[in-house]
Ligand binder design. Structure first.
Ligand SMILES: NC(=O)c1ccc[n+]([C@@H]2O[C@H](COP(=O)([O-])OP(=O)(O)OC[C@H]3O[C@@H](n4cnc5c(N)ncnc54)[C@H](OP(=O)(O)O)[C@@H]3O)[C@@H](O)[C@H]2O)c1
Length: 270
């Protein structure tokens, strides 16, 4: 029988996952239930997502086999203390998508031996191109990890990290990553504008080139270095551009970007 999946919180990220689950046929709308904090707008939200939305988190927990915690991080502890009594001896699987909240903190605030998985999704999930990283708690079973990995694959791709500490790097590369890529895409478009092109046209050139290059990189059968070399023929225009990137040491710039973001994610989690 299909599992009943509950979402505590039905905001942007839960909404993206719910829509993906229904659109892909992973499960039917009758198997999904979600909550929100305020009664206002509940009908509209329910219509938008195509699932039942309620206010009562404890009722949701009682009716679900898998419970997603999808509120803002600062609301998670309140939610856990509210639902904890309803999880005692119930053998439900919990999944937290809250940024920065460690498995230890989650486990310490849940009944002993609760099976829990921590997930870091990202906003491109809204267009079915999300990237999630996940780490299992000490009581999560192999089947739990497999089930959630399959579930998250309906909104994009998913990796399981080797150690939970790596979730801070996941936060930097794919959680915050969309903002970094937007910045690079926009910087390239603005450069085109400065050289005399209309911004919107330069932006389209930049965006579509990012999409195409990303697809080629995903499907590559050769190394990333070889992909670069294939475009940057010796003596050609691209080689001059790459030379400029090497001179500016973009590798060092991005090391700093990812390092500082990882550090901040680490601090938030402690
Ligand atoms: N958005 C992102 O880019 C992103 C990326 C990765 C991870 N995340 C994580 O995803 C989580 C949700 O983020 P979001 O952007 O989806 O936030 P959001 O759009 O603000 O949604 C939060 C949801 O939680 C509900 N809520 C708040 N307190 C509640 C309570 N006590 N009981 C039940 N529902 C409650 C809110 O209901 P009301 O509307 O009624 O207040 C709302 O539906 C966060 O922990 C965040 O770290 C987000």
């Amino acid at each position: 029988m299909d599992k009943k999946i509950g979402f505590i919180g039905s905001g942007k990220m839960a909404g993206a996952i719910i829509k993906g689950l229904i659109k892909s046929g992973f499960t039917s709308p009758e198997n999904i239930i979600a909550t929100q904090k305020e009664a206002e707008g509940i009908e509209k939200k329910s219509k938008e997502l195509g699932v039942k939305i309620i206010i009562d988190n404890t009722k949701l927990v009682e009716q679900s086999d898998v419970v997603f915690i999808a509120t803002k991080p600062n609301q998670v502890m309140d939610v856990l203390s509210q639902v904890k009594p309803f999880l005692e001896n119930k053998n439900k699987l919990l999944v937290s998508i809250a940024a920065g909240i460690t498995l230890k903190k989650l486990e310490n605030n849940l009944p002993e031996k609760t099976r829990i998985i921590r997930v870091m999704p990202n906003t491109p999930a809204l267009v079915g191109e999300g990237m999630s990283g996940m780490a299992g708690g000490q009581y999560a079973q192999k089947e739990d990890i497999e089930y959630i990995k399959n579930l998250l694959s309906v909104i994009g791709k998913c990796i399981v990290v080797d150690k939970e500490e790596q979730m801070d790097i996941v936060t930097a590369i794919s959680g915050s990553g969309p903002a970094f890529y937007y910045k690079v895409i926009n910087d390239i478009a603005r450069a085109g504008e400065k050289l005399g092109m209309e911004y919107e046209k330069a932006l389209l050139l930049s965006i579509q080139t990012a999409i195409g290059s990303a697809k080629m990189a995903l499907q590559r059968e050769i190394s990333m270095e070889q992909l670069i070399a294939n475009v940057a023929t010796k003596g050609g225009c691209t080689a001059v551009g790459i030379e400029s990137m090497l001179e500016q040491n973009t590798e060092k710039i991005f090391l700093e970007v990812i390092k500082s973001t990882t550090q901040k994610a680490h601090e938030l989690g402690n």
